[in-house]
Design a protein around this ligand. Structure first.
Ligand code: IPE
Ligand code: IPE
Ligand code: MG
Length: 244
């Protein structure tokens, strides 16, 4: 009787402390199938949590996901309504699973502009998962890097004015403490799906020395196997940080 050979588990040979993902292509995925855009968002949301679980398996400690940008408000109201109500539903449905998998949810971006019901669900999940340790999933929600940086500058100015911070103490390290990502490691790898090769205002400060991978796969078709393919490319990169 032929015995099925167990496939070797993929293990990263280089450190990857923070993975950032620009989850793009939901609309085009749907269009290609002659489906409404919302169907693409529905499928895309499912993939988010599959990838989060894959990151636990792959021992990646932090993953940042671009879910909604400060520029996405320009979309039709109908699409915005769907995006938020579906996000709420998805968070509710996945709540127990996230707790079981020891996943901690945090958010970057000004969520006070989101519908109240969405804010409630998001805040609840943040509270419920706050002591989890296996993986941090950092959601960009109404996130824009330019807003993040100007917000940091404004908070820093207040602290200076109130005498909590000396001018001489302002450097890269102290500035980074005012960003949403305070306390998180630097982004090592940024992956954008859908074939677009741009940052679209995502984590401009944090990707200063990240490796970039642009894949043609639309987000709803992204999966663990495709993630591992990207990780294999990442392993081959020669990260020099300005040195030799
Ligand atoms: C990414 O997919 C999801 C969000 C920006 C919310 P898109 O909705 O941008 O899909 P495309 O780029 O139109 O295919
Ligand atoms: C970036 O995707 C934002 C998210 C993935 C949430 P977009 O689809 O909004 O980016 P552009 O408009 O193509 O640059
Ligand atoms: Mg897009």
């Amino acid at each position: 009787m032929a015995r099925r050979r167990k496939r070797k588990k993929f293990e990263l040979s280089v450190p990857l402390n923070h993975l950032a993902l620009i989850m793009d292509g939901n609309g085009r995925w749907a269009k290609r199938r002659l489906l409404p855009r919302n169907e693409g968002h529905r499928r895309g949301a499912r993939v988010i949590f599959d990838i989060a679980e894959a990151c636990v398996d792959l021992n990646i400690p932090v993953v940042s996901l671009y879910a909604f940008s400060t520029e996405n408000w320009s979309r039709p109201q109908e699409e915005l309504d769907f995006l938020f109500s579906h996000l709420e539903e998805e968070f509710r449905n996945r709540r127990d699973e996230l707790i079981e998998n020891d996943i901690k949810i945090i958010v970057m971006g000004d969520i006070t502009r989101l519908p109240q019901s969405t804010q409630d669900v998001v805040n609840e999940i943040i509270e419920l998962t706050k002591n989890n340790k296996s993986l941090i999933v950092n959601f960009g929600l109404n996130y824009g890097a330019r807003d993040e940086i100007t917000r940091a500058a404004s908070m820093l100015a207040s602290d200076y004015k109130e005498g909590k911070l000396e001018k001489e103490a302002i450097n890269n390290k102290t500035f980074a403490k005012y960003l949403y990502t305070a306390g998180l490691p630097e982004v090592d790898l940024l992956i954008r799906t859908s074939g677009e090769e741009r940052l679209s205002n995502f984590m401009l400060w944090q990707v200063a020395y990240a490796e970039f991978i642009f894949t043609k796969t639309y987000w709803p078709d992204f999966n663990k196997k495709r993630l591992i393919k990207c990780l294999k490319q990442f392993e081959k990169r020669n990260r020099r940080y300005g040195g030799l």
